[in-house]
Design a protein around this ligand. Structure first.
Ligand SMILES: CC(C)(COP(=O)(O)OP(=O)(O)OC[C@H]1O[C@@H](n2cnc3c(N)ncnc32)[C@H](O)[C@@H]1OP(=O)(O)O)[C@@H](O)C(=O)NCCC(=O)NCCS
Length: 184
């Protein structure tokens, strides 16, 4: 699952070693760390994993042409279940706060979802924001993801405590068309 994926406004480029510093900068920002950080895993270790993830997982640098310059504005991950009986894929994302609120995260998620459906042949996607991550849940809902249920004490946060996650899923016919999204 390699190659450039072009969205309406962003491009998804498979991540590579030179992305390390920018990924560290994005994940270290308090507005991102709040939802991504783990008390027991330093950011550098998170970045090492992103650049060399488990089989079935692909990390993308989200690129955006910002006043003539190509900027890496975020990180997006796709993981694919290998067992054919349970075939599905999952997505995770972080957008640098300087670029949030402009419809770019929405385009990045929608673009990867469409790729996973049409190119990779999945019929079902999942995403699992922290139950308290209202902005992310609102965004995923606007793209067609539906809440499945609360996963109690699912994820360890930056303070070391376990917090709930919301499992959301999206079937192929649920994905909202690009033309229906703000800023498209
Ligand atoms: C969640 C996250 C990925 C969203 O990315 P984003 O780029 O801010 O998302 P968007 O800009 O597409 O959408 C955010 C809001 O801007 C609005 N928006 C969309 N297009 C817009 C545009 N062209 N102009 C202005 N606002 C726009 C959206 O409608 C949405 O509004 P809402 O908050 O009322 O739902 C980002 O906030 C983030 O990385 N957060 C920190 C890490 C995190 O929580 N990751 C998710 C883990 S599951």
């Amino acid at each position: 699952m390699t190659g450039l994926i072009t969205g309406s406004r962003v491009r998804l480029r498979p991540a590579a070693a030179p992305d390390a510093a920018r990924f560290e900068e994005i994940l270290s920002h308090p507005e991102v760390a709040r939802w991504w950080a783990d008390a027991e895993e330093p950011v550098a270790a998170q970045v090492s994993y992103l650049l060399d993830p488990d089989e079935g997982t692909t990390t993308y640098a989200i690129e955006y042409d910002d006043v003539g310059n190509t900027a890496v504005i975020g990180i997006e991950l796709a993981f694919e279940e290998a067992d054919p009986q349970y075939r599905h894929a999952g997505i995770d994302i972080a957008v640098h706060p300087d670029f949030q609120g402009h419809g770019l995260g929405s385009d990045a998620i929608r673009t990867l979802a469409e790729h996973l459906f049409t190119v990779r042949g999945h019929h079902r996607l999942v995403i699992d924001p922290a139950a308290g991550n209202e902005a992310a849940i609102r965004l995923y809902s606007s793209l067609g993801f539906r809440p499945v249920g609360t996963m109690r004490s699912y994820e360890r946060g930056p303070d070391g405590s376990w917090h709930d996650g919301l499992l959301m899923d999206l079937l192929v016919d649920d994905l909202v068309p690009a033309a229906a999204l703000a800023g498209s």
